[in-house]
Design a protein around this ligand. Sequence first.
Ligand SMILES: O=C(O)CCC(=O)C(=O)O
Ligand SMILES: [Fe+2]
Length: 223
Amino acid sequence: MEESSCQALKELEHYVVKDAPPCVYYIPEYITEAEEAYLLQQFWFRDRVRQGGLPHPKGMLAEKLPDWLQQYAEKISALGTFAGKTANHVLVNEYNPGQGIMPHEDGPLYYPTVTTISLGSHTVLDFYHPISDVQDVPQTEESRFLLSLLVERRSLLILRDSMYKHFLHGIQGAAQDTLTDRVANLSLTSGYAGDCLTRGTRVSLTIRHVPKILKTTLLFGKR
Ligand SMILES: O=C(O)CCC(=O)C(=O)O
Ligand SMILES: [Fe+2]
């Protein structure tokens, strides 16, 4: 598939998922086991974990990032992920086995790139074509399905361009995932088609940049 626009992040060229539309980068073992344990401890201790749900404008008014998150925001931004800007927003989601998130778009509040660090468990992220304007054709979730990504614990996933802006993403409410050749990043993971992976509790950190102008707009809206 088209790869040209995925060359923007030079250091990451080995991590481009070639069987996906532009752009997906998947970096396994992005953080160490010790870092993962430390981050999980911070979240569980502080009980700051948000359960599922969709991105909400209220989230935009998040407080300053604690230092232990700021360092990851800076490290990821140094890859050129946010066009020279530094990530300033982190959303934390916790999923128990069986929990998912319905297919959605993240919308225009963010710079059109999302980066996700996964802690505690893998999951499978599914992508779908948007519902087309032609309403006379019944459109099932199955007919809109595009591809899946296996997102392993400690990995970093970067979605940009059409994979961020055009397609919807969601997570099935399943307790197990059977890997198939519909998993577009399989060769970059330790999984094989036919494997059945049992989910544990997963905490995801979605790290993004919110352009300043939108932040200001939202602050006005709060008055
Ligand atoms: O947990 C994830 O990896 C996805 C979360 C998500 O899509 C969102 O919060 O918008
Ligand atoms: Fe999302």
